[in-house]
Design a protein around this ligand. Structure first.
Ligand code: URA
Length: 254
């Protein structure tokens, strides 16, 4: 059989389970009359409550891993070692960040797409190219030489078929994001689109939120339209331009 990726295989398996499949069929037929039944074992005494393994809480695990990371390198390593997010299984690369960590502006996007997953860097596809042009319009860039920005995403792994991140995925990545902001310590955060507003501010509604300064993670926060949205809705670029000017003037004031 042709090899398939993790998410496709899992979707196929889930579908078969939905149809009522309860057993995997092997390549070789099994004669059920010849199958030996395992002897019934004496039931073991129940384990004392203290010895029963507590269900893993991925958010608590993420909080601890993030708290223990004392540098951006350690945070990246902690994410790479985090085993509770299924997206990791289908991704080619961990996409951590790009730009200059000491920059005054930190931009938070949603999640890697196909190009970012392939390259291991955020915002390198079409939306990323538009983001670079938007930054250039206010004389900013990812390069150290020219009013640099630092860029990351809510999720470091590409969701299958670029679907929206699930609430539990956002919840388990949030502690890493909060620590990322604390370690980079920018003057200002820019949230690109609804998913990063959801993760950082706990609310959605980018059409209402955009251009309104908020506060989160101890920083001034500016929500903006996501560049992918601007590619689909070029008329909204006028509002994005107003928001870029608001960002510039905040930096000039502070
Ligand atoms: N969209 C995002 O939100 N982030 C990326 O890195 C690429 C596209």
């Amino acid at each position: 059989m042709e090899s398939m990726d993790f998410h496709t295989a899992k979707a196929l398996l889930d579908w078969q389970i939905d149809l009522g499949a309860t057993e995997a069929i092997g390549d070789v037929p099994v004669n059920r009359y010849e199958v030996q039944l395992a002897p019934v074992k004496q039931a073991a005494a129940p384990a004392p409550a203290s010895a029963m393994a507590a269900a893993v809480d991925p958010v608590a695990e993420a909080e601890q891993a993030a708290r223990n990371a004392g540098s951006l390198e350690a945070l990246q390593a902690a994410l790479a070692a985090f085993e509770h997010c299924e997206l990791k299984l289908g991704a080619r690369n961990l996409v951590f960040s790009d730009g200059v960590p000491a920059a005054r502006v930190m931009i938070i996007g949603e999640a890697p797409g196909r190009d970012e997953d392939r390259e291991g860097r955020p915002f390198v596809g079409r939306a990323g190219q538009l983001l670079d042009r938007m930054l250039a319009a206010i004389a900013m860039s990812r390069d150290a030489a020219r009013n640099p920005v630092y860029i990351t995403n809510v999720l470091p792994w590409r969701p299958p078929q670029n679907r929206d991140p699930a609430p539990d995925e956002i919840a388990m990545m949030r502690p890493f994001l909060e620590r990322h902001v604390a370690l980079a310590d920018p003057d200002v955060l820019v949230l690109m689109g609804n998913i990063s507003c959801q993760a950082v501010l706990g609310k959605r509604g980018i059409t209402r939120l955009r251009g309104q300064w908020q506060s989160a993670f101890g920083k001034p926060v500016l929500p903006m339209f996501h560049p992918a949205y601007l590619l689909r809705n070029p008329a909204a670029k006028a509002q994005a331009w107003a928001d870029l000017l608001a960002l510039k003037s905040k930096l000039n004031d502070g």
